[in-house]
Ligand binder design. Structure first.
Ligand SMILES: [Zn+2]
Length: 273
């Protein structure tokens, strides 16, 4: 069985995945609380692309960055497009997309680095944050997997990129499937399920039929199956039980809030040794 893990609440604004902390890996996700944005982005919206006031978003990001001890100019954001491009990030990229959306790394849904003091950040409101860590090669990465990125197997692509480009051994790679919409709240139609069923793996455990045209999709389980298929060991994959739609005190949810909502950011980076 996969191990269910909890993110620990560091403060009202931030949840941290503590298991990697002793290895100086900063890994976590923001909540919707503790920021300065107004309705419908109240209060800690971290997405620059959702019609919130830019100054408020920057203030929110700065509040989080400060509380974590990493100035915002060391953060790197991507222009996310629900595809599966992955980019390696270095210190030269620090600050990209942190205050101005147009400077974000273009058309990218996965980021990784082997450098310290660069924090990789992606924005979420139901989609699945996938975190990756290879202690042997000192690699940290993050990917954005909504249903499109999931069926494009962005998680597998990250693992295979690390294996082929960075020399990682698959058995060394650890992965965390973060808070995101659960199968409890994620009803999809046949258009989505057809894409899921085209995958070359057995996806039955991720799909529950509601009626002849509707299904509950377990995106976390589907990503877990894809990571297993990529060669990551079962004991190295942890899954957060938190559902962004159910936990309405904690998270924005695109589905629950009918599209008018803010974004959390998920982040990973190496602290100074
Ligand atoms: Zn739910």
């Amino acid at each position: 069985m996969n191990s269910q893990i909890s993110f620990i609440q560091k403060n009202e604004a931030t949840l941290l995945f503590d298991k990697w902390n002793h290895n100086k890996v900063l890994c976590g996700m923001t909540t919707k609380n503790g920021g300065v944005s107004d309705s419908p982005f109240q209060t800690l919206n971290t997405g620059l692309h959702v019609l919130d006031i830019n100054e408020n978003v920057i203030k929110n990001r700065e509040l989080v960055a400060q509380s974590l001890g990493f100035p915002l100019q060391s953060w790197v954001f991507a222009d996310q497009t629900h595809e599966n491009s992955i980019q390696r990030v270095t210190k030269k990229d620090a600050g990209k997309g942190s205050k101005i959306y147009d400077t974000a790394i273009k058309s990218t849904d996965g980021l990784y680095t082997n450098e310290k003091n660069v924090v990789l950040a992606l924005c979420f409101a139901d989609c699945v944050p996938l975190y990756f860590y290879d202690p042997a090669k000192s690699l940290a990465g993050i990917a954005h997997a909504g249903w499109k990125g999931t069926v494009l197997q962005i998680g597998k692509k990250m693992a295979k990129t690390w294996q082929t480009v960075e020399g990682s051994r698959l058995e060394d790679i650890q992965a965390v499937i973060g808070p995101s919409i659960g199968s409890c709240c994620y009803k999809v139609d046949e258009r989505v399920i057809e894409k899921v069923k085209q995958l070359s793996i057995d996806t039955d455990s991720a799909i529950t039929e509601v009626n002849s045209t509707e299904y509950m999709l377990n995106l976390k389980e589907l990503n877990r199956l894809i990571l297993l298929d990529a060669g990551i060991k079962e004991q190295n994959i942890a899954v957060s039980p938190l559902c962004t739609s159910c936990e309405d005190e904690l998270f924005f949810s695109h589905r629950r809030d009918k599209g008018k909502t803010g974004r959390m950011m998920s982040f990973i980076g190496f602290k100074e040794a």
